[in-house]
Design a binder for this molecule. Structure first.
Ligand SMILES: C[S@@+](CC[C@H](N)C(=O)[O-])C[C@H]1O[C@@H](n2cnc3c(N)ncnc32)[C@H](O)[C@@H]1O
Length: 205
């Protein structure tokens, strides 16, 4: 689906004030030249572009070759890898921060939970985790997103919060918004942004 959307996705979501504010939250707290993993990095904008411009070292990971090609072109100072995040090995404790904006929705609930536990381990203790998702209590819901058929799985907002806590994160701030993508056919979607820190000791799993 994201191969078909490419830059159209960036245009539709470019006006997201909540995404920009979330990145500002992160920028205020990162150490200089921090190493950041951006999961589901899309076109590289705004996340990798904003962090790289502030002097941070970004590794973006995305399963869509089209997205990786666009991101590599738009943000040449970041590194991008093409592949499924579920299969990518990373060293434990090797990142100062993980960003995960809207990249969980095509995974099963068990996969979302498993991925969060693993991503917490790749953070150094005290590292920051910013996550955004569409908080809906749905499993394998067949819908249409920007003209493309899509199957979506997610959790209600309180269950997303429960999930990140179980994974070993402390939620420092939480924001819920309704966002309407810039598309003629778009309807408002709920979005949940969580700004978190890894506890000194993350649970095994
Ligand atoms: C909704 S877009 C969000 C892009 C970007 N994070 C943003 O907020 O602008 C989701 C991105 O996650 C990627 N993605 C989805 N599932 C993935 C997976 N299992 N592994 C890596 N990337 C994935 C998609 O290809 C897509 O580029």
């Amino acid at each position: 689906m994201f191969d078909a959307l490419g830059s159209d996705y960036e245009e539709a979501f470019a006006a997201s004030e909540a995404h920009r504010a979330s990145l500002a939250w992160l920028l205020e707290r990162l150490p200089p030249a921090a190493r950041v993993l951006d999961v589901g990095s899309g076109t590289g904008r705004p996340t990798a572009a904003t962090l790289t411009a502030a002097g941070h070292r970004v590794l973006g990971a995305d399963v869509s070759p089209v997205m990786v090609e666009i991101a590599s072109r738009q943000v040449p100072d970041a590194e991008f890898r093409c592949g499924d995040i579920r299969d990518m090995p990373f060293e434990d404790g090797s990142f100062d921060a993980v960003c995960l904006y809207f990249a969980l929705l095509q995974m099963s609930r068990a996969e979302q939970s498993g991925l969060l536990h693993r991503l917490v381990r790749v953070l150094r203790p005290g590292g920051l985790f910013v996550l955004a998702t569409v908080p809906l209590d749905v499993e394998d819901f067949d819908g249409v997103f920007m003209g493309q058929s899509v199957r979506v799985t997610s959790f209600a907002a309180q269950d997303v919060v429960g999930l990140v806590r179980e994974a070993g994160l402390t939620v420092l701030s939480e924001r819920s918004v309704l966002f309407t993508p810039a598309r003629p056919d778009a309807t408002p979607e709920p979005q949940l942004f969580l700004h978190c820190r890894r506890e000194a000791t993350a649970p095994a799993g």
